[in-house]
Write a protein that binds this ligand. Structure first.
Ligand code: GRF
Length: 194
């Protein structure tokens, strides 16, 4: 917990598995004067996640769990969340499914960014599936995490037009831009209601 001129910044943890562009964007927002949150911990299941270099660069604590033993890893993660007084977990490209037990322990305080207009296109390859189905819109959604994949209550969504000449790479790029606008908004919204 950090105090800045009377404003208590809330501690959040970001869980990643790969690139970390959402992490980078959230770090940038968190370092603004008026930010209401502080990224205190980065968790990854992947030692080689590119996003981990950001934790080093911005001097944020990072913990890597190999998940060979899921239950043990989650117990250890819960310890770390406690140690860093984490009030909200943001999944950002985190490729492991959390157990029901873990989700219940952090009830209502885990959110995820998903690259589709949920409830459509849960799971992987969302953009290609949307293109293949001749959808007019793709998009992104931030939702609460419950024990069913990509099925928790929706917090906020943004539509992105699919063009005739789109392929999944082009579309993913445009959606990612919107993810970077949407995720900080969702974090602020959820934290304001905690
Ligand atoms: C994003 O497209 C997000 O919607 C999905 O995984 C991707 C993570 O990208 N859940 P990054 O690691 O934040 O760059």
């Amino acid at each position: 917990m950090t105090r800045l001129i009377g404003v208590r910044k809330k501690n959040i943890a970001i869980f990643i598995s790969g690139r970390g562009s959402n992490l980078k964007n959230l770090i940038k927002i968190s370092r603004k004067k008026k930010s209401i949150f502080n990224i205190s911990l980065v968790v990854s299941n992947n030692l080689k996640a590119k996003g981990l270099t950001l934790a080093k660069k911005y001097k944020i604590a990072k913990k890597i769990f190999d998940y060979n033993n899921l239950v043990y890893s989650e117990i250890k993660i819960l310890d770390e969340l406690d140690k860093y007084k984490i009030e909200l977990i943001c999944l950002a490209g985190f490729m492991k499914i959390l157990t029901k037990n873990f989700i219940v322990k952090f009830n209502g305080k885990i959110i995820n960014m998903h690259p589709s207009l949920l409830p459509k296109y849960k799971g992987l390859n969302t953009h290609q599936r949307a293109i293949d189905n001749n959808e007019k819109f793709a998009g992104c959604t931030v939702h609460f995490v419950n024990s069913k994949l990509d099925s928790g209550k929706i917090i906020i969504q943004k539509k992105v037009r699919i063009f005739k000449n789109d392929n999944s790479e082009k579309l993913a790029k445009r959606v990612l831009k919107q993810e970077h606008i949407l995720y900080p908004k969702a974090v602020k919204k959820v934290l304001s209601n905690l």
